[in-house]
Design a protein around this ligand. Structure first.
Ligand SMILES: Nc1ncnc2c1ncn2[C@@H]1O[C@H](COP(=O)(O)OP(=O)(O)O)[C@@H](O)[C@H]1O
Ligand SMILES: [Mg+2]
Length: 371
């Protein structure tokens, strides 16, 4: 039984145990948090008075109890009477060995979404990158020596043997390229935050893509002209957009495809942090391509360093993007199906200056108050 208690207490989702009359018999610590109550004070009360669900599921619930079968309900609003209802999935299952008793699990979808969408660079990834930076530095010098020696050697070799030294040189170059990307992380300073016109950044990225790696692509501008200035580091944001355009172009391949740059304002977009503080990120930039979509086997890990779905990929492009976005206190998310992949960047806006509406008089009044 000891073990059962531990399992119950460790369940990371709110769980309630109900008797045959829908009275609450026990709740786990996660449920205490969710319902903002203690096990002691809630036990014995009717579940439907404490947990409000916006869809009529009593019938289905009774059926599940009668037939001793589990019941899954997705996407319902669950309220507690005290705070705004949360979007949840419910899992309801008959309790083995206790006829009529039901176990009731509530998974807030918001939590599920956050957990899988949290692409800020995790600490494990951070230390992997730190290690790689050190190695990159250490490997570059000897590698230059190896390349140089191979080039010297090749001068006195037959054509056949030269193929081998060419291989050494070519592969060394590839390694140097990889190392340079790793070093980009090390060189990344904290963003120099200032007002940025996102459309300027997108234009620069678009032009440079069309001249280089994205020459086979069509890049459409779909801008909200009234978008306010963002708060960010223009050079770093350019890097972010370039990396995303590059990936989209590479996914499309030589046949080409279409990328849409979509900007819009979403007033209600907030990033909730673990400390409970919210931060408004109303500026939205979507980079949408019509390519094959993320490879399903790596789709959940693409923001991690060294995860790549391409033959010659380094898996560092999106890791850098994610680092920059997290340094900006911004947000990145992705949705992808074949034919439509959307990377969305969410950024803070520059606070509108109050001075504009303030008259000289009130400005004076304010300054005298301050002095
Ligand atoms: N727009 C996209 N369409 C399809 N797959 C993508 C797209 N963007 C990224 N990916 C996938 O994510 C992987 C990781 O991207 P990235 O971190 O830039 O590394 P790399 O480009 O070096 O492979 C890519 O290899 C690719 O498989
Ligand atoms: Mg890339």
């Amino acid at each position: 039984m000891m073990e059962d208690d531990a399992v119950w207490a460790s369940l990371p989702v709110p769980a309630l145990l109900l008797d045959e009359d829908d009275n609450i018999v026990a709740i786990n610590p996660a449920a205490e948090g969710f319902l903002n109550t203690s096990s002691k004070s809630i036990n014995g009360q009717k579940v439907w008075e404490k947990v409000m669900i916006d869809s009529p599921l009593e019938d289905a619930f009774e059926r599940a109890r009668k037939t001793s079968s589990p019941l899954f309900v997705n996407d319902v609003d669950v309220g507690t009477g005290e705070r705004a209802p949360l979007h949840c999935n419910l899992q309801i299952a008959p309790m083995a060995g206790q006829p009529g008793h039901m176990m009731f699990l509530i998974s807030p979808r918001e939590l599920a979404g956050r957990l899988t969408q949290d692409h800020t660079v995790k600490s494990a990834a951070k230390s992997a990158i730190g290690m790689a930076e050190m190695l990159a530095h250490e490997i570059k010098n000897p590698l230059a020596g190896i390349t140089g020696a191979a080039q010297l050697l090749s001068m006195n070799l037959s054509a056949q043997d030269q193929e081998l030294t060419d291989l050494i040189v070519a592969e060394s170059r590839r390694i140097v390229k990889l190392l340079e990307q790793v070093e980009q992380f090390g060189n990344l300073t904290l963003p120099d935050m200032r007002p940025v016109n996102i459309h300027d950044v997108l234009d620069r990225a678009r032009r440079s893509a069309l001249l280089g790696f994205g020459a086979q692509m069509k890049i459409i501008e779909d801008y909200d002209p009234s978008l306010p200035m963002a708060l960010g580091d223009p050079d770093q944001l350019l890097q972010v957009v370039l990396n995303l355009l590059k990936n989209a172009s590479e996914a499309a391949g030589s046949a080409g495809g279409t990328i849409r740059l979509h900007t819009f304002f979403e007033h209600s977009f907030r990033l909730r942090r673990s400390d409970g503080e919210g931060r408004a990120l109303p500026l939205q930039i979507e980079i949408i391509d019509d390519g094959p979509g993320l490879p399903p086997d790596i789709a959940g890990d693409i923001f991690d360093p060294f995860v790549s779905g391409r033959e010659n990929g380094t898996g560092l492009g999106l890791a850098l993007v994610s680092k920059i976005m997290s340094d900006h206190d911004g947000w990145i998310s992705v949705t992808s199906v074949p034919g439509k992949t959307v990377f969305r960047l969410s950024l803070p806006m520059v606070k509108p200056k109050k001075a504009k509406s303030a008259t000289a008089k009130s400005a004076k009044a304010k300054s005298s108050k301050e002095s």
